[in-house]
Design a binder for this molecule. Structure first.
Ligand SMILES: Nc1nc2c(ncn2[C@@H]2O[C@H](COP(=O)(O)OP(=O)(O)OP(=O)(O)O)[C@@H](O)[C@H]2O)c(=O)[nH]1
Ligand SMILES: [Zn+2]
Length: 355
């Protein structure tokens, strides 16, 4: 049964062993990163590149059928060959996915084989139970265990945090709730205690809630760092992405760009719910693309003037949209700048503590 026991440190268990029993190949690896058609695979001793076999691509056309971060794959790799050819995916025990816009059967995979998904909200301005519910639905739909984490507790009074927890509970949400501050480090130990060796975690939530700061704390280093690359005398910044990280405790953490994007989309969708009055009014603005920040004939602005909508409510809306737009841009930029797969392989090896 435990043929592949050496993979346990990467999250392997009996459930996967069962899936692997009927597979034609014995060589199994986990997907640590995906960059379009390039894969970064890891097994017990190595991190190496992979690509999906042509035959597989021929037979599978939906995006959810292609490997995503966290997948276990069966591959062929000749000794001395540095690229593994993926022949099959093992069934996913759990997954995180979102529906592709306007498509009934296609899903966009975010990550798979997660044990826990930590839904992160900042108790400062990001807190929103509706959005929390949307994330919960997504997590439960994929079969992982949800956990709620409220960050930036240093920025609000303890009563505010207590009220937010009460609000979550009164919405009928029973998932565990943790609170922490990355500044005072209050609560960081409680979270660390939850991270078990050989289990896979991922953190989701809007941009700016403190996910990277937290993961840095967990790693204990300034990782996920922005590296300065000097090119033609100009300081250029390249974010070195690490997708599957093994903490010293042995817990596995997935932090990937898909997750970032997921955060934004989640926030944008959440905006529709928490600020539906504004989005509804938008249709009466003179300009179709009105940003409600001073254009003539803005119905939202008029509603603020007449007192029908609170000014803070609009300000909060503007702040959130601005953040998501900004983030989408910086995400696209990051993608462009982040194509150096070789460098990436190196950093992932380091993160997974492989030679
Ligand atoms: N006061 C306070 N600030 C924090 C805390 N955690 C993070 N921050 C700050 O909040 C900002 C955003 O933090 P990040 O860790 O980049 O947030 P993120 O969720 O990773 O955001 P993306 O990388 O955009 O997805 C940074 O300026 C952090 O220094 C916290 O607990 N308290
Ligand atoms: Zn307007």
């Amino acid at each position: 049964m435990d043929k592949h026991i050496e993979l346990n440190g990467l999250g392997w268990n009996d459930w996967f062993e069962q899936q692997a029993a009927d597979m034609a190949t014995d060589h199994i690896a986990r997907v640590a990163a995906v960059d379009r058609d390039q894969l970064l695979l890891v097994d017990e001793t190595h991190a190496f590149r992979g690509r999906v076999a042509g035959g597989y691509l021929h037979r599978h056309h939906l995006s959810q059928e292609l490997p995503c971060v966290g997948d276990w794959v069966c591959l062929e790799k000749a000794p001395g060959d540095d690229v593994g050819v993926v022949r099959a995916l093992l069934e996913r025990r759990t997954l995180l996915r979102r529906k592709s816009a306007g498509d009934a059967i296609e899903y966009q995979m975010i990550a798979s084989n997660l044990d826990y998904v930590v839904i992160v909200q900042s108790c400062h301005f990001d807190f929103n139970v509706n959005r929390l519910e949307r994330y919960l639905v997504m997590v439960l739909d994929g079969g992982a265990e949800p956990c709620i984490l409220l960050t930036k507790t240093d920025l609000v009074a303890p009563e505010v945090v207590a009220a937010q927890i009460a609000e979550i509970r009164s919405a009928g949400i029973t998932a565990p709730i943790l609170t922490l501050s990355n500044i005072t480090r209050d609560g960081v130990d409680d979270l660390t205690r939850l991270l078990l060796p050989g289990k896979t975690y991922c953190f989701v939530g809007s941009s700016g809630v403190g996910k990277s700061t937290l993961i840095n704390q967990l790693i204990g280093l300034e990782k996920l760092e922005t590296k300065s690359v000097s090119e033609s005398g100009e300081g250029r910044h390249t974010t070195v992405r690490r997708e599957l990280i093994r903490l010293d405790s042995g817990a596995l953490v997935i932090d990937n760009p898909g997750m970032r994007e997921f955060g934004i989309l989640g926030a944008a969708e959440g905006l529709g719910v928490s600020h539906s009055d504004i989005t509804t009014l938008s249709s009466s603005c003179r300009f179709r693309d009105c940003s409600h920040s001073g254009e003539p004939g803005c119905a939202v602005h008029e509603a603020v003037q007449s007192g029908a909508i609170k000014r803070e409510h609009l300000e909060n809306y503007l702040k959130l949209t601005e953040e998501s737009e900004f983030h989408q841009m910086s995400y696209a930029e990051k993608r462009k700048k982040d194509r150096d797969f070789g460098k990436f392989v190196k950093s992932v090896k380091k993160d997974l503590k492989l030679k």
